[in-house]
Design a protein around this ligand. Sequence first.
Ligand code: MG
Length: 159
Amino acid sequence: MEFRIGQGYDVHRIAEGLPMTLCGVRIECGRGFVAHSDGDVAIHALCDALLGSLALGDIGHLFPDTSDEFAGIDSRILLSRVVGLVRSQGWEPVNADVTIALQAPKVAPYIESMRASLASVMGVDAGCVSVKATTTEKLGFVGRGEGCEVWAVVLVGRK
Ligand code: MG
């Protein structure tokens, strides 16, 4: 088995009255992400990790935020397309590890749904997908509630 590793990072600004979706799971808290797509910053980081593993560029290159096609798009569609691209090159996602930095609301109650959501889009077992969350102890832009920051790492393999 041959392996490749990829990492991805994304940030979105938070504003009042917008929908908040993370890992394809809607979080009702009256605040959400400013974005051209649905603003799912976790899926965007994961897409970049997958693309990075095979040196296929980045999500902004693949799905430009100047295109009407991607306005308000469900980021699960973007993830599905990225996974399709990875598979089309003969590779399979092996596992993913996602870390979400968000001051509020607490992400813990949503973690299992998030893992199931990502695993289902990626076509892997939920045991292969980790989602972790942390606050930043009220430090920095995340701590002030101005934004959400996500890091993702993936392994892809082929026989
Ligand atoms: Mg993004």
